[in-house]
Design a binder for this molecule. Structure first.
Ligand SMILES: *Cc1c(COP(=O)(O)O)cnc(C)c1O
Length: 408
C-alpha cells in the first residue's frame, strides 16, 4: 500500500459525492460536457488571495505567473484579484490582453524570446525581463528601429538557490537570467541607451514548503538587489522578488507556514536597505494561487485484475495530468491526492492502482493506493491539479483529445 497525498482544505461531501461550489462531481461533469474535466473553484482562489493579502506586507504587490494556468476565464478572474501578471511567451501576452490585463501591469520573462515576441512586448508597453546581454541588444535594436522607448528590467541569475525547492531556477550555470556579476554593466548599458529602466527580477526556485527557506531567500534577494542597485548607480523602480511558495502534493507534505513567511518579510520591509527605499516590491506566484483550487475528474471505464492486483482504468491520464503521473520533474513517483469523487468520504476498503487510458506503463494516476471500492462509472478526482495540469501535459499524445475545463 502506498499512501495518497493530502486532499486540500475546502472540499466537502454532498450526497456522498465530492462537491465544489455546492455542486456534486456528477452535476459538474454533466454541466461541463463530460469527462475528463478540470474544475477550478473561484471561491478557493479568492480565499487564497485573501490569505496572502492578510499575511504579506501591504507594500508587497502580488503577481500571478500565467504559465501555472492560462485558462481564459481563470485569467479574467485573476486579473481582478492580483496586481500584475508575469508572462513567459507572446502567446501568454495575447491571453493576458484578452483577459483585460493592462500592459503596464505585465512583465515578460523567459529564455529564447524571439524578435517578434520582443517587438510585440515593446509595442504593447510590457516590461521585458531580459534574460541575456544578447536579448538586451536585440530589444534595444528593435526600440531604435520602431522609435518606441522600451520598458526593460534584467532577470538576475543569483549565485544562491531556494533551499528545498522542487525546481531549481537559480544558482550556478543556468539558461535563466544574467549572472549577478554581469548585471551592473548590462543595466548601465540599457539605461545609457535610453530605455525606461524597470528594475530587477530574481527567481530562485519553486515549490518550497519550508517557510524558513523562503524567508532566507527573500533576505538574500533584497540584499542582492541593494548591492546591484548601488553598483548600477540608478534608483531601482521595481524588484520582482520571485516566489517559490509551494503546496502539499504528497503524503507527509506540510502546508507552507504563510504567517511565518509574512512576518519575516514584514520585518525586512520595515528595515529595507537605503538603496531600496523607493522600490516597488512584488512576489510572483503560480501554483500557490491556483494549484489547490483545481480538481481533475475522470471516469472509471474498466475494472480488472492482473496477477492479484486491481486496476481501475479511467478515461483520463497523463496527457492531462502529467505531474500527477510522476513524469513532470519528479525523481521518485509518489501518489497525488486522489479520491473516488462519487464515494467521497467513504472509508478505504481495498488497494488499487488507478491508471489512465494511454497505452504506456507510465500512465499511472495512483499506485497501489487505499481507496473505497469503486465500480465502472464512478468518478475519480485528482486534487491539486489547478496549476501545471491541462496546459503542462501532452494533450496530443495518443490523440484522445483535450480535457474540458470550467471555472465555477
Ligand atoms: C514558473 C515560474 C513562476 C511560478 O512558479 P510557481 O512554482 O508556480 O509559483 C514564477 N516565476 C517564474 C520566473 C517562473 O518561471
Amino acid at each position: 500500500m502506498k499512501p495518497l497525498g493530502p486532499v486540500p482544505a475546502g472540499y466537502a461531501a454532498l450526497d456522498g459525492e465530492l462537491a465544489i461550489a455546492g455542486r456534486t462531481a456528477s452535476a459538474l461533469v454533466a454541466e461541463g460536457g463530460g469527462t475528463p474535466l478540470f474544475v477550478y473553484s473561484a471561491d478557493l482562489i479568492r480565499d487564497r488571495v485573501a490569505l496572502l493579502r492578510a499575511h504579506l506586507p501591504a507594500a508587497v504587490r502580488l503577481h500571478y505567473a500565467v504559465k501555472a494556468n492560462p485558462f481564459p476565464p481563470l485569467l479574467a478572474l485573476m486579473r481582478t484579484l492580483v496586481d500584475g501578471f508575469d508572462l513567459a511567451s507572446a502567446g501568454e501576452l495575447d491571453l493576458a490582453l484578452a483577459a483585460g490585463q493592462a500592459p503596464a501591469a505585465m512583465s515578460f520573462a523567459g529564455p529564447g524570446k524571439r524578435d517578434a515576441e520582443l517587438e510585440r512586448a515593446i509595442r504593447c508597453g510590457v516590461t521585458l525581463n531580459l534574460e541575456s546581454a544578447g536579448e538586451a541588444r536585440r530589444a534595444l535594436a528593435i526600440a531604435e528601429r520602431t522609435g518606441i522607448r522600451p520598458r526593460l528590467a534584467i532577470r538576475v541569475n543569483p549565485a544562491f538557490e531556494l533551499r528545498g525547492s522542487g525546481m531549481k531556477m537559480g544558482g550556478g550555470a543556468k539558461p535563466f537570467g544574467v549572472d549577478e556579476a554581469l548585471v551592473p554593466a548590462l543595466a548601465r548599458e540599457v539605461i545609457g541607451a535610453g530605455a525606461e529602466w524597470r528594475g530587477l527580477h530574481v527567481f530562485a526556485g519553486s515549490q518550497a514548503l519550508d517557510a524558513g527557506a523562503i524567508a532566507e531567500t527573500q533576505g538574500a534577494v533584497l540584499a542582492l538587489a541593494a548591492r546591484l542597485t548601488q553598483e548600477i548607480g540608478h534608483p531601482l523602480p521595481h524588484l520582482n522578488m520571485g516566489g517559490g511558495f509551494g503546496i502539499p502534493y504528497f503524503h507527509g507534505d506540510r502546508p507552507l507556514d504563510l504567517a511565518a513567511v509574512g512576518a519575516a518579510l514584514a520585518e525586512r520591509v520595515a528595515n529595507l536597505p537605503a538603496e531600496l527605499a523607493g522600490t516597488e516590491l512584488a512576489v510572483e506566484l503560480g501554483r500557490y494561487l491556483v494549484g489547490e483550487a483545481g480538481v481533475y475528474l475522470t471516469r472509471i471505464v474498466d475494472r480488472k485484475q492482473s496477477a492479484g492486483h486491481t486496476f481501475l482504468i479511467t478515461d483520463g491520464g497523463l496527457h492531462h495530468v502529467l505531474a500527477a503521473s510522476g513524469n513532470f520533474g519528479t525523481v521518485v513517483r509518489r501518489n497525488y491526492p486522489v479520491a473516488i469523487a462519487t464515494r467521497f468520504g467513504a472509508d478505504a476498503e481495498e488497494e488499487v492502482s488507478v491508471v489512465g487510458c494511454l497505452c504506456t506503463p507510465i500512465d499511472r494516476i495512483a499506485d497501489q493506493a487505499p481507496l473505497p471500492h469503486a465500480q465502472v462509472g464512478d468518478l475519480v478526482a485528482v486534487f491539486s491539479t489547478g496549476a501545471y495540469g491541462a496546459s503542462a501535459s501532452p494533450a496530443a499524445f495518443l490523440a484522445h483529445g483535450r480535457a474540458g475545463e470550467m471555472l465555477v
